[in-house]
Design a protein around this ligand. Sequence first.
Ligand code: ZN
Length: 392
Amino acid sequence: MRRFSANYIHTVAGNPIRNGVVGVDEEGIIVEIIDHKGIEKEYAHTEFRNGIIVPGFVNAHCHTELSHLNKKVEPNTGLAGFVDQIRSHRLSGNQPNDKFIENAIIEMHRAGIVAVADICNTTESFYAKQNTRIHFINLIEVLGLEGEKALWITNKALATKLIADETLGTNNHLTPHSVYSLSSELLDMLSNEISNNYIVSIHFAESPDEEKFTVQRAGGLAENYASWGLSTQNAPNENPVAIVKKYLPRQAHTLFVHNTYLNNQQANELAQHFPNAYFVLCPASNIYIENALPDIPILTKTSVPIALGTDSLASSPTLSIFDQMQIITQHFPSIPFTEILKWGTMNGAKAIGLDDTLGTIELGKSPGLNLITPFDFSNNKPLPNSRVVKLI
Ligand SMILES: [Zn+2]
C-alpha cells in the first residue's frame, strides 16, 4: 500500500480533510482514508506534499481525432469560421494520425485525467485507445444535412460503433453533432437508434449562429452551407431547444456541450425536460473560437449539474481539465473552487456513468489522485502558477 498526505485532502464526497492521509493498494483502489482531525501524525510509508490532493479529473468532452490540428486553426473566427476551417483541413487531406492522437492521450494522462468522453467521427483514435489506462467513452458522432443520405450515414456510424465494441469494449454510443448539422431524416433515424442510449452528447448554444440558422436560415452557418453548395431544405426549422426536445431521448444522460449563448429560459427549459441533463463547459475552446464564455452563474441556478471538457487541440491550447478550472476561477471569482473542483471530477464521472469507481476519493473507488501545488489556502483556490502533479 502507498499512503499520500497533503495540507488538505479534497475527497469531493465530503469536507476537505486537513493533513489527511489516503492509502491506495497496487491497483489504485482507495483502502484507507485517515482524518486525525488536523493533528499532524506520522504514518509509515506516507508521502507528504504541499498543496491539496484531489480525485483524478474527468474530461467530459474531447475530440482526440482533431489532435493533428493543434495550432493549425485561426482563433476568434466564430463557430462558422471554425467549422469552415476544419472542413478545409479535411478536404485538403490533412487527416488524423496515430502519433498525434497517442500524444494527446499521453498529455491528458499526465494532466491527471482518468476518463474522457471522446467524440469519434472515424475509427482513427481506436488503436491509440487500446494502450492507455484512461477510461474512454466513445461517442460515435453523426452529422449530414442531405436527407437522402440519412440511411447511409446511420449505417456507417453503426459500422464504426461495431468496430469500437469489438476493439474497445462496450462503452460506445451513437450521438448527434448539433442541432444545425443533421437533416430531420437523420435525426429521426438516429432517435430510433439512441432511444435506449445511456449517454447522448450534443454541441449546443456554442454560437448565436446556431439559432439564426435553425430558425431563420441566416447567419454564418447558413452562409457556410450556401458557399459549400449544400442544400439546407431538410434541416429542422425550429428553435434549438424544440429540436432537442423533439429528437433526443428524455431519460438518457444528455451532455449539452458549450452552452456559451444559453439564456436563462433555455437553461430552465432543458432542466425541466431532461431529468439527466448535464451542462458541459469547455471555456478554453469558447475563448479561442467565439472569444466568449458561458454565463455560468445562470447555469448554476438550474438543477442541471455542470461538468467540464477540454474540446480538441484544434481550439484549445491544452487538453487539461485543470486549465479549464483555472479559466473559470479567474473569470468567475465568486464561484468557490470547491464547486469548480466538483465539476471537473464527480460531476464528470456521473455524466458519463463512471461514478461507481471514479470522481471522488472514497473507500473502494479507484479515482486516481492528483496534487494541486502550490495552493492559496487563505482564499481556498489555486494560484496562477499552480500545477497538477499526477500521484497515481
Ligand atoms: Zn466538440
